[in-house]
Design a protein around this ligand. Structure first.
Ligand code: FPP
Length: 228
């Protein structure tokens, strides 16, 4: 791959599963299944490329208003794939962390999340963050409320550490698949200086090669963080 600058943290908005299925005259659930398989393969490839933190936007707070049938299908996929894949992460020495409002998720899904986090805790090769029931505004608001409860003003770094991403560095590269050009409430505070990469490729088609293309584009960007 051209360019040696590898982003430390890559965040991905995985969009386009439904349209991928529609194009093939398949039910939306088939798109999510294909997306799930791609998500697993991609998260292996991303760490092989030297990225240390990867955040995947699996389910937003807004996605939770989708029809019950679709959500049930997503949770069923999660139950089927998640335990097996946390074993893989453990073997690969990768820590799993789930961000988002767990009160919005079914109890058994939350239990699996806790087990997966406990199993992979302390993995030193990298950290995979899965955003489930996550909203950037909610993340900011709950940190604000925590500061208010403490009855004091907080500084920038302290505030960042109060977000659900804690002391994880901000994303260097934020990718959105599926053709929409917006952040949709993802990591709003944390992405202030992220390089943005939008592609029309639907998530199930976002191959390892497509990721390498995004990494190449990133390597060619000049980051100035507001300076000259
Ligand atoms: C976006 O495609 C994808 C999602 C909303 C779900 C992604 C989740 C997984 C792959 C599985 C993980 C499951 C859990 C519960 C963590 P879309 O449906 O918005 O596609 P469209 O814009 O083409 O309709």
């Amino acid at each position: 791959m051209e360019g040696s600058r590898i982003p430390r943290h890559v965040a991905v908005i995985m969009d386009g599963n439904g349209r991928w299925a529609k194009k093939r005259l398949l039910p939306r659930g088939a798109g999510h299944k294909a997306g799930m398989n791609r998500m697993i393969a991609l998260s292996e490839h991303i760490f092989d490329r030297g990225v240390t933190f990867c955040t995947l936007y699996a389910l937003s707070t807004e996605n939770l208003s989708r029809p019950k049938e679709e959500l049930d299908g997503l949770y069923a996929l999660f139950r089927e794939y998640f335990p097996r894949n946390t074993q893989t992460l453990k073997k690969k020495n990768i820590t799993l962390k789930v961000i988002g409002d767990r009160a919005l998720l079914p109890a058994d899904v939350v239990r699996l999340i806790c087990e997966g986090e406990a199993l992979t805790a302390g993995g030193t090769r990298g950290t995979l963050l899965l955003a489930i029931g996550y909203g950037g505004r909610q993340d900011i608001l709950s940190a604000v409320n925590a500061a208010v409860r403490q009855g004091r003003e907080v500084g920038m770094e302290e505030f960042s550490a109060m977000l659900s991403t804690g002391d994880i560095p901000e994303p260097d590269l934020l990718i959105r698949t599926g053709g929409e050009v917006r952040l949709s409430n993802f990591l709003l505070w944390q992405s202030a200086y992220s390089e943005l990469y939008f592609t029309d490729v639907l998530f199930p088609d976002f191959s390892d090669k497509e990721l390498d293309r995004a990494l190449e584009v990133y390597a060619g960007r000049e980051r100035r963080f507001g300076k000259i």
